[in-house]
Write a new protein. Structure first.
Length: 273
């Protein structure tokens, strides 16, 4: 019989808590008894009303997400609050929740390696290495064949799960890109690292107008590709699912394909003149 503690041990072996950023206080078990048995696990990027309902409907006893539920300090988990209602729903349903956040971002085989592999990058290395040289934030790797920026953006749109916002790129469309830096999630703090890495293009999420405009104005800097936060992190879920299936063959492990990206509508603008 597999327990929640057994699953936590497996996750900590692959994505050690020690690799989490110092500000990341939301990782690990949010609710649930570590000694409870578990037969079903649902993996999702976000813990919200939709994925909690999906886990309960699937008969899972554990919801594993990338994003934490209680990321910032709270004073109450009352049932009439947004986060509190989720905690109450999970406890009443016998559903535990665990988050693997920046520890899964930086670990070998984690979120950024999954993103790089999805894009077909080879010879990858950390964008911002940790002292061990193996782990670190982001990844840098090479495409099998150089592409124009426009072609690379199309490749990204093909490889990542679709969202209403789609893919945006900043830079000359015909610029040739061969070396790619990536950072799943919000990666504007690593723009300077991407420039120093020798990458031709930097792919991340949640980028801002003035920051991008000033960055690409310098021709020595990489082009930039902005993807939906949810889409850039989703490729890790099947990897983590395979990890759990291998370690615990008795578990039923399911990956949610429900799009929890908050942007739901996209209206195409007329061509730029």
């Amino acid at each position: 019989m597999t327990t929640i503690r057994d699953v936590l041990d497996t996750l900590d072996g692959a994505y050690p808590a020690a690799l989490a950023e110092s500000w990341d206080t939301g990782i690990g078990l949010t609710c649930g008894d570590p000694d409870d048995p578990v037969t079903g696990v649902l993996l999702a990027v976000d813990v919200d009303a939709v994925t909690v309902a999906e886990a309960v409907a699937a008969g899972a006893q554990l919801l594993l997400t990338h994003h934490p539920l209680l990321f910032r300090p709270v004073q109450s988990v009352a049932a009439d609050s947004a986060k509190g209602s989720l905690v109450h729903r999970m406890i009443r349903s016998g559903l535990a929740h665990v988050a693997a956040h920046t520890n899964a971002d930086t670990a070998a085989g984690g979120v950024n390696d999954a993103l790089a592999a999805t894009l077909g990058l080879g010879g990858t290395r950390p964008l911002v290495p940790h002292p061990d040289g193996v782990t670190g934030s982001g990844r840098v790797g090479a495409l099998a064949e150089p592409l124009t920026l426009a072609e690379f953006a199309a490749l990204v749109a093909e490889r990542l799960p679709g969202t209403a916002g789609g893919i945006r790129a900043a830079g000359a469309p015909d610029r040739i890109v061969g070396t790619v830096a990536v950072c799943g999630g919000a990666g504007d703090s690593y723009l300077s690292a991407a420039a120093a890495s020798g990458a031709d293009v930097y792919l991340t999420s949640d980028l801002r107008h003035h920051v991008v405009g000033e960055f690409v104005a310098d021709p020595a800097n990489p082009a930039v590709v902005d993807v939906a936060h949810w889409a850039g992190e989703w490729p890790w879920l099947p990897v983590a699912a395979d990890l759990l299936r291998t370690a615990h063959p008795d578990l039923t492990v399911t990956v949610s394909t429900t799009r929890t990206d908050p942007w739901t509508v996209h209206a195409a603008a007329p061509p730029v003149r």
